[in-house]
Design a protein around this ligand. Structure first.
Ligand code: ADP
Length: 285
């Protein structure tokens, strides 16, 4: 078989690396052992294979409060969520014990330093990278390349407050990609943007994602965004949060395709209908 990715069963057998992300029977109960104990997710198990040079884009959807951010935060290793109450969260075969440079996170609210220019914000990741130790001129050159790549050329000396919401999210994307993370975690990254800006950002995301070949997990409350950006769409149910449905085969390939064109196609509409129907069922359950 020349194309192992076309058959998930053989792909499974031929991978020798540990999965890039693995959840084994994960439960997270906040305030465990107190009267306020609340189980946000339970029995969450999944495996995302490591596909260097290919990557994968997984969209995570589900009703508000079903535990989507909890899943992402556990992968990131955020202290207020980590460790899980039960089970194991592994990244590249190692138990997650905190944030790492192999994982980049992009949030809905702009996560740049307000007191640094665009250039310094983007170069920051390289500055603190103990493995890189690049001279300043080289760091700045790499940062400038990413700033250009996200469409912010000419804005290098501006501060975040001098930029629009969409531009600030571009800074956040450049900041995160400059260190070439293997895993990119995006929590509702475009929710605060107006529709045209959001479509621009979707276009940029598919372009860049192809370039960096990372594994991306994105939370979105927009099902059309999930079907457009995702290679796979995972849907969670709540109380407690679990992965209830996984969609793969029906999701049309959208790499490098224009969001507006794709989203008007029959294949896309059919996929969106199916995902929306499942979402309604999960919400009503
Ligand atoms: P989603 O991202 O799907 O909206 P979250 O993962 O943010 O859901 O939250 C899942 C549930 O866990 C929610 O009911 C939320 O209130 C609760 N929760 C999240 N973080 C905490 C926390 N640090 N302490 C207590 N409860 C929390």
């Amino acid at each position: 078989m020349s194309d192992e990715s076309s058959n998930p069963n053989t792909a499974e057998a031929t991978f020798e690396r540990p999965p890039i992300v693995e959840f084994i029977d994960v439960e997270k109960t906040f305030a465990a052992g107190t009267k306020k104990a609340f189980t946000a997710i339970r029995d969450v198990s999944f495996t995302i294979e490591d596909r260097p040079g290919v990557g994968e884009f997984i969209a995570l959807v589900g009703p508000s409060g079903c535990g989507k951010s909890t899943v992402l935060n556990l992968i990131q290793g955020f202290r207020d969520v980590y460790p899980p109450t039960r089970g194991e969260v592994k990244v590249r075969g190692e138990r997650v014990t905190g944030p790492g440079r192999d994982r980049g996170m992009i949030f809905q609210r702009y996560s740049s330093f307000p007191h640094l220019t665009v250039l310094d914000n983007v170069a920051f990741g390289l500055e603190i990278d103990p493995d890189e130790r690049l001279p300043r001129a080289e760091r700045e050159e790499i940062a400038r390349r990413w700033i250009e790549r996200v469409g912010l050329g000419g804005h290098e000396e501006k501060y975040p407050h001098q930029l629009s919401g969409g531009q600030q999210q571009r800074v956040a994307i450049a900041r995160s990609l400059v260190v070439k993370p293997r895993i990119i975690l995006m929590d509702e990254p475009f929710s605060a943007l107006d529709e045209p800006t959001r479509i621009d950002m979707q276009r940029l995301t598919t372009e860049l994602w192809h370039e960096i070949e990372a594994t991306v997990m994105i939370i979105t409350h927009s099902l059309s965004e999930a079907v457009y950006l995702g290679d796979r769409v995972w849907m969670m149910s709540k109380n407690p949060g679990r992965i209830a449905r996984k969609f793969q085969d029906i999701i049309p390939p959208t790499h490098d395709a224009d969001p507006i064109e794709v989203q008007a196609s029959r294949e896309f509409e059919a996929a969106l209908r199916e995902v929306s129907q499942a979402f309604r069922e999960i919400e009503a359950a």
